[in-house]
Write a protein that binds this ligand. Structure first.
Ligand SMILES: [Zn+2]
Length: 261
């Protein structure tokens, strides 16, 4: 996408925040609910609001400036704690999020309400997802089984990318237009598949959404690295971009052993 764009004025930037599960104590995938509440309270106090991922992407597609004082919130995997812990807190602050759901295999799938566990973790139920959709949350696809797509044969990668969309749309009755690569991993082939079937795809590249973003390898800001107050507070300052640039090198060096999923 970006390579076809002609130079235009800076359209601004905003962070796409990434969360996974919500629990105490904090871990590589768990963000404590009490910390979420205080961080959102600070964002709201500073005049920030959440905007939908697809709305943010649409601004870039048509060349509109991104809104200032805005964040996009994404939550990967679809753990039960998204509904139980984060949903009420986000609603308290009039914020919404895109939940990227790993649906489970379609073959032999029962019609039970709760999604099959991912790595032993309890997942959201279809009725909980429907309740979040009714409250203005968006649902994105995060494959059937959360594989590293770059290691799969082409036919399996396609089944993972396209199959999840079909299941989500069938069970929830809404269009699913956004995708997140499991583990953030993509290659030219998986990127092309995502571009064929979705309006945008999130990677785990650290950075901000800007007019230079690849809409099928969107940069995000992993909240695991932003739980401490002084780091989180950078989100509302001009120091965010330089901080992320500094983080990129050490993070890449560490990613093999501490990266969240
Ligand atoms: Zn994931």
């Amino acid at each position: 996408m970006s390579e076809n764009w002609h130079p235009t004025p800076d359209l601004g930037h905003l962070p796409i925040l990434t969360f996974h599960a919500f629990a105490t104590p904090a871990s590589t995938i768990s963000f404590p609910p009490s910390v979420l509440r205080s961080r959102l309270a600070r964002l709201v106090k500073k005049g920030y609001r959440s905007i939908d991922l697809l709305d943010a992407v649409q601004h870039l597609r048509i060349g509109n400036p991104l809104p200032s004082k805005a964040v996009v919130i994404t939550i990967d995997d679809g753990y039960e704690s998204v509904y139980r812990e984060a949903f009420p807190i986000l609603q308290e602050y009039a914020m919404t999020a895109t939940v990227f759901v790993t649906t489970g295999e379609p073959v032999g799938r029962d019609r039970s309400d709760r999604l099959p566990p991912v790595e032993g973790q309890p997942m959201v139920s279809w009725s909980e997802l429907s309740e979040m959709v009714a409250a203005g949350f968006s649902i994105g696809a995060h494959t059937l089984t959360h594989p590293d797509l770059t290691r799969l044969p082409a036919s399996s990668a396609k089944a993972e990318i396209v199959g999840a969309k079909a299941i989500l749309e069938d069970r929830l009755g809404v269009g699913v237009r956004s995708f997140a690569y499991p583990h953030g991993k993509y290659d030219p082939r998986t990127r092309e598949l995502a571009a064929e079937h979705y309006s945008c795809a999130c990677s785990d590249r650290l950075g901000l959404l800007t007019r230079g973003s690849d809409l099928y390898a969107l940069e995000r800001v992993e909240m695991y690295y932003f739980s401490r107050p002084w780091v989180f507070n950078l989100l509302t300052t001009p120091f965010l971009q330089p901080y992320l640039a500094l983080r990129t090198v050490p993070r890449n060096a560490r990613r093999s052993w501490t990266r969240p999923r």
